[in-house]
Design a protein around this ligand. Structure first.
Ligand code: KIV
Length: 290
């Protein structure tokens, strides 16, 4: 029951940590999409998507970077602010970029607080399992909810020698189980499982009380996340097999831009109806046309 009855209707619909946990307990799936700006955040929110993740995938999807390592706090803050403005119902989670939580608990907590205080994020996400448990506990201890991220962790692209499915040996599978236990024990409210064999992801999902959100981790996870450019057919890289494109916007965007260019070149845009005219009563004298 809300303390603030006037907010009851809206707040009842608002996605929160508690409602995500309740969804898992009821066996209902959680939907999560990345978003990096106001219009897409607003559209995904209106579509009823539960979680908007301001991913550092922004660096690759929107800024054309080779990997996510160069993404900065300032860039995440700008993106997260815009997404926050577009979201009414969805939970907004902002990624902590590489370097923002790796050099000690104190700067990690400071950066997590910046994402909440300066951008309005409701939670942060960071990559790593057992080795990041202490940092997760510190951030949670500062009242900032944490979504963990284990398995294929793109910020570890060099250590993991590229983007490969993780947990495919006994030792690696055991480590992933320990990572899942460690992030839950540290207080994470959910965990992203990326690039994990379906069977192992299913075992982790069953084992955890917190929701496990999969990407390339099979259908048994408590929810699924996709990068919005992959969902919409706006990606230029070859797509991994876990991606399903629900639209082909690249073709539509190229088509619209080409039609615009041709109409500008042909002089048919803008038409008279798309132009302003001097008011009849205006007494403006113009030079004669040559
Ligand atoms: O940065 C991101 O978008 C992510 C998701 C792919 C989980 O980490």
């Amino acid at each position: 029951m809300s303390l603030y009855p006037s907010e009851t209707v809206d707040r009842a619909l608002k996605v929160t940590l508690a409602s995500c946990r309740a969804k898992k307990e009821r066996g209902e799936k959680i939907s999560c999409l990345t978003a990096y700006d106001y219009p897409f955040a607003r559209l995904f929110d209106e579509a009823g998507v539960d979680i908007l993740l301001v991913g550092d995938s922004w660096g690759m999807a929107s800024a054309g970077l080779e990997n996510t390592l160069a993404v900065t706090m300032e860039e995440m803050l700008i993106a997260a602010r815009a997404v926050r403005r577009g979201a009414r119902r969805a939970l907004v989670v902002a990624d902590m970029p590489f370097g923002s939580y790796h050099v000690g608990a104190a700067p990690a907590v400071e950066n997590a607080i910046r994402l909440v205080k300066e951008a309005g994020a409701e939670a942060v996400k960071l990559e790593g399992g057992e080795s990041r448990a202490a940092v997760i506990a510190s951030i949670v201890g500062a009242e900032v909810p944490v979504m963990a991220h284990i398995g294929l962790t793109p910020q570890s692209v060099h250590r993991q020698s590229g983007y490969h499915v993780q947990g495919v040996t006994q030792a690696a599978a055991d480590q992933l189980l320990r990572d899942a236990d460690a992030v839950q024990a540290a207080g994470a409210f959910s965990v992203v499982l990326e690039g994990v064999p379906r069977e192992l992801a299913a075992a982790i999902t069953r084992r955890l009380a917190i929701p496990a959100i999969g990407i390339g981790a099979g259908p048994e996870c408590d929810g699924q996340v996709l990068v919005m450019h992959d969902l919409l057919g706006l990606s230029f890289r070859p797509q991994p097999k876990f991606v399903r494109a629900y639209a082909e916007l690249a073709q539509q965007v190229r088509g619209a831009a080409e039609a615009f260019r041709m109409e500008v070149e042909g002089g048919t845009f803008p038409a008279d109806g798309e132009s302003y005219h001097l008011p009849k009563a205006a007494s403006v004298t113009l030079p004669a046309a040559r």
